[in-house]
Design a protein around this ligand. Structure first.
Ligand SMILES: Nc1ncnc2c1ncn2[C@@H]1O[C@H](COP(=O)(O)OP(=O)(O)OP(=O)(O)O)[C@@H](O)[C@H]1O
Ligand SMILES: [Mg+2]
Length: 279
């Protein structure tokens, strides 16, 4: 199947309030505070099979620096495999993934669904782990403490992981991912196990840190509402390819439950259901 673009125009779906906001947000996003800019990502002819299971057959994709991309698709379509390839945790059978000159391995981080905290280490120590080789540096503690401030968990720095709620553990995992100031941050279903309200507050936190730090964000999610609420662009993977590539022309901050978001969510859900019927 050829890659095709689904057309979605929120202006046709309903009135857009605060029409000047997208431009303001775009300007603000290109001037991230402090941290280094995000990296662009280009994937060409990427293929990956496991035995005779051809999971990714021809992935071609360019993500500009600092963009927030969501990836959706049916269970087993290869979303996690694609993230693992991007993160260098898996080797492709064919094709290339490039980030531009001078990229270091620690510039690219992944956050998984399970927080994967070390039970024998306190919260601050768990965040320091994210510094990797930089863990021994004199400012390691200060940097970890700053990352905890960014996720609003400063007060828990001396707690054990077992004493935290699920949402708090995810925030520690986010701080651990942020502490090295990644330039590409990939999330594999990071909020899947959280209750609806905690999930929405974590979505807002993700959007805020992305906005402040300017990294390139790649979010794999089962939740189409989450994809359209957070991303600049939503990719749908079907049959080992990017079958649809939709720009989300909806200004930020986005109002949960707005008609624009609901219309786009409906378009994507219909496509996912339709593709399932072909199987
Ligand atoms: N290490 C592996 N060895 C063999 N097969 C694998 C391996 N990893 C993934 N697969 C297979 O590749 C396919 C894609 O798996 P992947 O985990 O990427 O899917 P997914 O889109 O992330 O699914 P989900 O939404 O359920 O998380 C599946 O059929 C899976 O069984
Ligand atoms: Mg997966």
């Amino acid at each position: 199947m050829m890659q095709e673009a689904l057309r979605f125009d929120p202006r046709a779906a309903g009135p857009v309030t605060r029409a000047d906001f997208p431009e303001q947000a775009r300007v603000a996003r290109h001037q991230p505070k402090g941290a280094r800019r995000g990296l662009p990502l280009t994937i060409r002819g990427l293929r990956k099979s496991f035995g005779d299971n051809a999971v990714l057959r021809a992935i071609d994709l360019h993500i500009p620096a600092g963009q927030f991309v969501a990836i959706v698709g049916r269970s087993g379509c290869g979303k996690s495999t694609l993230l693992r390839l991007i993160a260098g945790l898996e080797k492709p059978d064919a094709g290339t993934i490039s980030f531009g000159e001078g990229t270091r391995r620690e510039d690219i981080r992944v956050m998984f669904q399970e927080p994967r905290l070390l039970p024998w280490s306190r919260v601050l120590g768990n965040v320091e782990v994210g510094l990797g080789a930089g863990r021994g540096s004199p400012d390691a503690k200060a940097r970890a403490a700053q990352a905890l401030v960014e996720v609003g968990l400063d007060s828990k720095r001396d707690q054990w992981p077992a004493a935290l709620s699920g949402g708090q553990k995810q925030r520690v995992a986010l701080a651990r991912a942020l502490v090295s100031h990644p330039r590409v941050l990939a999330f594999d279903e990071p909020l899947g196990s959280l209750d609806a309200l905690t999930r929405i507050s974590m979505q807002r936190l993700l959007e805020r840190v992305w906005h402040d730090q300017g990294f390139t964000a790649i979010l794999v999610t089962h939740d189409v509402a989450e994809a359209v609420a957070l991303a600049d662009r939503v990719l749908i993977i079907e049959e080992g390819r990017i079958a649809h590539d939709l720009d989300v022309h909806i200004g930020r901050p986005r109002e949960r439950g707005s008609s624009d978001l609901a219309a786009l969510e409906g378009t994507i859900l219909r496509e996912l259901l339709r593709s399932g019927e072909d199987v």
